[in-house]
Design a protein around this ligand. Structure first.
Ligand code: ADP
Ligand code: AMP
Length: 213
């Protein structure tokens, strides 16, 4: 089963992708997490991605597509995967489609987590992330058991550099311009499912389960 998560930055794609990964035993592949890991490790890829990410812009397609296609060629993706934050542009979607077509495969579900812009700023200003394992929390809606500490690995949580309100505004504008057209793209392919992302995360997951079951 191959799943693409769609939705604005902060809509809850990563939160839901984690739940799907756990229940269906599929790898959760977040291009944002891969870039952040590279930044932390100081790799060339990380250095190149950082300036775009800090400005709230997209990392160039060529670099992102190469990275993603390498990742999904790994053995752990044989039974499928969940893509979170990829594709983000029509050329990225076309590149993935071309690769899957070559393999006689396709995306089975594109799940659009729908959250209006007015909810997004609050979601992202309250987001706290684990720099070690990538788990995501919210100071009010999805708080960790111990304030500021990751439930999964005990690491101190951080505010992402690109979750500042000015950057969030840029990211939302980029989303509407370059990523939102993918909703129609996947609708035309007959695999689009939209869920209301404004409700409690547990209820969002119930809606997703009923689509996948
Ligand atoms: P995305 O991966 O789409 O950028 P995240 O999954 O990181 O979004 O979620 C953004 C923020 O909103 C996080 O702080 C997360 O804990 C919180 N969040 C996720 N889903 C919900 C929800 N249904 N209701 C309230 N807050 C949520
Ligand atoms: P995310 O963690 O998905 O919110 O992504 C954080 C940032 O990483 C984005 O704002 C982009 O700068 C970059 N990024 C992640 N995925 C992609 C992608 N598919 N294409 C281009 N840039 C991306």
């Amino acid at each position: 089963m191959k799943i693409v998560m769609l939705g604005a930055p902060g809509a809850g794609k990563g939160t839901q992708a984690d739940k799907i990964a756990e229940k269906y035993a599929l790898p959760h592949i977040s291009t944002g997490d891969i870039f952040r890991k590279n930044i932390k490790e100081g790799t060339e890829l990380g250095k190149e991605a950082k300036s775009y990410m800090d400005a709230g812009k997209l990392v160039p397609d060529e670099l992102t597509v190469r990275l993603l296609l390498d990742r999904v060629a790994n053995d752990d993706c044989r039974n499928g995967y969940i893509l979170d934050g990829f594709p983000r542009t029509i050329p990225q979607a076309d590149a993935l489609d071309a690769e899957l077509t070559k393999l006689g495969e396709k995306i089975d579900y594109a799940i659009n987590v729908d959250v209006p812009d007015e909810n997004i700023i609050g979601r992202m200003s309250g987001r706290r992330a684990c720099p070690k394992c990538g788990a995501t929390y919210h100071i009010r809606h999805l708080a960790p058991k111990k304030e500021g500490i990751c439930d999964s690995c005990g690491t101190e949580l951080v505010i992402r550099d690109d979750d500042k309100p000015e950057t969030v505004k840029n990211r939302l504008a980029v989303y509407h311009e370059q990523t939102q057209p993918l909703i129609e793209y996947f609708e035309k392919k007959g695999v689009l499912h939209t869920v209301d992302g404004t409700i409690d995360a547990t209820d969002v997951f119930k809606a997703i389960e009923s689509i996948l079951n």
